[in-house]
Design a protein around this ligand. Structure first.
Ligand code: CP
Length: 335
C-alpha cells in the first residue's frame, strides 16, 4: 500500500488500485463536512499555499475550500506576474522558500512537468493542480469518484465501464490522467471521439490496449455514443499556436439534447471537467442538457472538494483522526 503521508501527488501513475480505493474511501468520509452537517478541524493551524500560475476557478477554489473545511489556513499566489518567477527565480528556489512557509502546496503551471520540477525543491508535499497538457491528477481522481458514484445508481461499477471521451483529446490533460486511471480497471470499452488532428497521444492509447481494454478511435459522433458515460472536453485554446488555429476545431463535436437523445443510451451520464465553452461558436455542451438528471457536471465539480480534502488528509497523515476533531455546525445552512 502506498504511503501517502509526506508524499507529493504529481501523476496518477503513482497509484495502484489499492491506493485509489483508499483515496475514494476517504473522499466519501468527507461528505458530512463538505455538506456542512458537521465541522472538522483536524488541520487547525496548518497552512496550504495555493500557487496558480495559470487560470483556474474550480481547482484553485476547491483546493482552498477543502483545506478550510478541515480547519486549515490558505494563502494564495495567482499569476506568474505576481510572483518572483517573473524576475527569473527558478522553480527550485521558489519551492525551497514557499515550502518553508507551508505544510502543503497545491500548484498549477502552464509548462509540462513543471510541478515535478518544483516538487524537487520542496520540503513539504506538493499536489499537482495541472501542468500544461501533461496531467491533472486530482481532476482524474474526482472524475473516477464521480463515475463510481453515478454508476452505483444503475448497479454498475468501474469494471466493465463503457465510456466515450470526446473533444480535444490531444491537449486535454484531464482525459490523459483519467485514461491512465481507467487502464487499472477491468474490461473497459473506451471510445475516443475527436478531430484527427486532436487524437489522444499514442502512448496513452497503447497503455489502454496493452492493459487489455477495447479502444475505438474515431472522428464520427454517429453510432459511437451509446455508452455508460460520455466525457466531453473543451478545445484547449491556450495550447494552440493561435486562436484561429483553435477555431478550426471549435463546435464540431458539440453535444446537445438532440444528439444525446439520438445517439446516447437512456441512462448515459454526461460529464465534463469544466469550464464548458458556452460561446455560440463552441457550445460544446449545450445548456438544453441542463434539465437532464444524467447531466453530472455540477455533482462532478462538487466532488472535487471531497477528493481534495481526502488528499490533504492522506498526505498530512490525519485520515484516521477525522472523527476526533469534529464540531457541530452553528450557522444557517441549506446544504
Ligand atoms: N476542471 C478544472 O480544472 O477547472 P478549472 O480550470 O476552473 O480549475
Amino acid at each position: 500500500m502506498m504511503n501517502f503521508q509526506g508524499s507529493h501527488i504529481l501523476s496518477v501513475s503513482q497509484f495502484d488500485r489499492t491506493a485509489i480505493s483508499r483515496i475514494l474511501q476517504v473522499s466519501a468520509l468527507m461528505a458530512p463536512y463538505a455538506e456542512r452537517k458537521k465541522r472538522c478541524h483536524v488541520l487547525d493551524g496548518a497552512i496550504l499555499n495555493n500557487l496558480f500560475f495559470e487560470p483556474s476557478t474550480r481547482t484553485r477554489v476547491s483546493f482552498g475550500a477543502a483545506f478550510n473545511l478541515l480547519g486549515g489556513f490558505v494563502r494564495e499566489t495567482v499569476g506568474v506576474e505576481n510572483s518572483s518567477l517573473s524576475k527569473g527565480e527558478s522553480l527550485f528556489d521558489t519551492a525551497q522558500v514557499i515550502s518553508g512557509y507551508s505544510d502543503v502546496i497545491a500548484m498549477r503551471h502552464p509548462t509540462m512537468h513543471s510541478v515535478t520540477e518544483f516538487a524537487q525543491g520542496s520540503t513539504v508535499p506538493v499536489i499537482n493542480g495541472g501542468d500544461g497538457a501533461n496531467e491533472h491528477p486530482t481532476q482524474a481522481l474526482l472524475d473516477l469518484f464521480t463515475i463510481e458514484s453515478e454508476m452505483k445508481r444503475f448497479g454498475k461499477s468501474l469494471d466493465g465501464l463503457n465510456i466515450v471521451l470526446m473533444g480535444d483529446l490531444k491537449h486535454g490533460r484531464t482525459v490523459h490522467s483519467l485514461s491512465k486511471l481507467l487502464s487499472l480497471y477491468n474490461k473497459i470499452k473506451i471510445t475516443l471521439v475527436s478531430p484527427i488532428a486532436l487524437q489522444m497521444p499514442e502512448s496513452i492509447v497503447s497503455a489502454l490496449s496493452n492493459a487489455g481494454h477495447q479502444v475505438i478511435i474515431t472522428d464520427k459522433i454517429a453510432g459511437n455514443l451509446a455508452c455508460d458515460v460520455i466525457y466531453q472536453t473543451r478545445i484547449q485554446q491556450e495550447r494552440f499556436a493561435s486562436k484561429d488555429e483553435a477555431n478550426l476545431y471549435r463546435g464540431h463535436f458539440s453535444l446537445n439534447k438532440r444528439i444525446y437523445q439520438e445517439y446516447c443510451k437512456e441512462h448515459t451520464v454526461i460529464m465534463h471537467p469544466l469550464p464548458r465553452d458556452s460561446r455560440p461558436e463552441a457550445n460544446e455542451l449545450d445548456t438544453d442538457l441542463n434539465d437532464l438528471e444524467n447531466l453530472a457536471i455540477f455533482r462532478q465539480a462538487q466532488n472535487g472538494v471531497l477528493v481534495r480534502m481526502a488528499l490533504f488528509a492522506l498526505t498530512l497523515g490525519v485520515d484516521e483522526k477525522l472523527s476526533q476533531y469534529e464540531k457541530p455546525v452553528t450557522w444557517f445552512t441549506k446544504k
